[in-house]
Design a protein around this ligand. Structure first.
Ligand SMILES: [Zn+2]
Length: 384
């Protein structure tokens, strides 16, 4: 049983991130793990984060949805958690997957404001409506997880709807996210790479984060600041451009990924390249036979997404997402093409990749529960 719980926690680990391009909602981890009436269980349980992520996945009708968690440092020594759970949260903190802060204050709302994300919280934040007008102006920007028949559901504090609603990045957020930032503290998991020189990582800190994936800085008196260390961040130059792509299989978006100018990404049944997007687990036998291990390669060049077929059998482009067979443009092996704004590349009928914002998802299928996803995470590499 203990082992199974570890596997579920590993699966949940894949759903927490501080990447501005991938996070879909902001949560206060300390608050979520104490939603005791969700399952009537222990005073604190990290599994409740999985339940809330599942609820978000159901609302967005999308798999592999990730959340941005902010948490008070006290959680690392919270006696209501098991020692295993505390260890897991500490690891998330060390890897920069969650923001662990001495004083979270209104950081959660700041992140939501800068990134245009909804907030999953039972707190109403009435006192902050002046600073963050979207709290009242955009119904659904803050939704409370409450117990439901098949797990938690959401209720908006304003307007009473059920769906978390995303906004737009604030102008400040757009500005901050155009630059990369460096924390002077060595081994900072959020803004590492203090040595600079184009290296991604401060190896001592174990943060192998691409500058494109850095979280939004905190603003203190208008100065970009490391939320973890409270020190002024150095400007590390322009942030690499990115484009968020999504994989849709059978009508449901299975995962998003970030393509940056820094390196191409190969998607296929089981790509060998670093950072490859593996599709095998979502494919039926016919699709598996058709789709090569590495099938298509994506590159971001001067703001354009270039797709190159690197497969044996070829693929096709569906311009403007058209599903009419006559519109499908074949993409032969080794052929390249600029992916238009609404285009998607089709590796096999029903297996498509396109810009996340332009790829409708919907649901003949229910998204996979993060709680049940555990067995597929067995390949996770052991930590040194
Ligand atoms: Zn720092």
């Amino acid at each position: 049983m203990r082992f199974e719980i570890s596997k579920v926690l590993d699966a949940i680990e894949g759903r927490v991130c501080t990447d501005p391009s991938l996070a879909r909602a902001v949560v206060d981890l300390a608050e979520v793990i104490r939603y005791q009436d969700i399952d009537g269980g222990r005073p604190a349980s990290l599994l409740r984060l999985g339940m809330v992520i599942d609820a978000l996945s159901r609302e967005l009708e999308e798999d592999s949805v990730q959340v941005y968690a902010v948490v008070h440092r006290a959680l690392l020594s919270d006696a209501d958690l098991t020692s295993n759970e505390r260890m897991v949260v500490r690891r998330w903190a060390d890897d920069g997957l969650v923001e662990v802060l001495d004083n979270p204050g209104d950081r959660m709302l700041e992140v939501a404001d800068l990134l245009g994300l909804p907030v999953l919280s039972r707190v109403r934040f009435d006192g902050l409506r002046g600073r963050f007008p979207w709290l009242v102006e955009q119904p659904g920007r803050v939704v409370a997880p409450v117990p439901g028949a098949g797990g938690p559901v959401f209720i908006a504090h304003v307007g009473g709807g059920h769906s978390p609603v995303a906004g737009k990045r604030s102008p400040t957020g757009v500005k901050l996210l155009a630059r990369q930032w460096r924390c002077p503290e060595s081994g900072c998991a959020l803004f590492g790479g203090g040595g600079g020189g184009g290296a991604f990582a401060d190896l001592a800190g174990g943060a192998d984060r691409s500058p494109a994936a850095q979280p939004p800085p905190a603003l203190r008196n208008g100065v970009p600041t490391c939320p973890r260390h409270g020190v002024r961040l150095g400007d590390g130059g322009p942030r690499p451009r990115t484009e968020v792509l999504a994989v849709r299989v059978g009508g449901l978006v299975r995962r998003r990924f970030v393509l940056s100018e820094e390196q191409p990404i190969v998607a296929g049944r089981a790509p060998e390249q670093d950072g490859g997007i593996m599709l095998g687990q979502w494919l039926n036998d016919e699709a598996r036979r058709w789709i090569s291990r590495g099938h298509v390669r994506f590159e971001l060049r001067v703001g354009e997404v270039i797709v190159t077929d690197v497969s044996t059998n070829g693929s096709g482009i569906r311009p403007a997402g058209s599903m009419a067979e006559s519109d499908r443009i074949p993409l032969a092996p080794q052929q390249s093409r600029v992916l238009g704004e609404n285009d998607m590349v089709e590796l096999y009928p029903g297996v498509q990749i396109g810009r996340a914002e332009e790829l409708p998802t919907g649901a003949p299928f229910t998204p996979t529960s993060v709680m049940a996803e555990a067995p597929t995470m067995a390949m996770r590499l052991p930590r040194p």
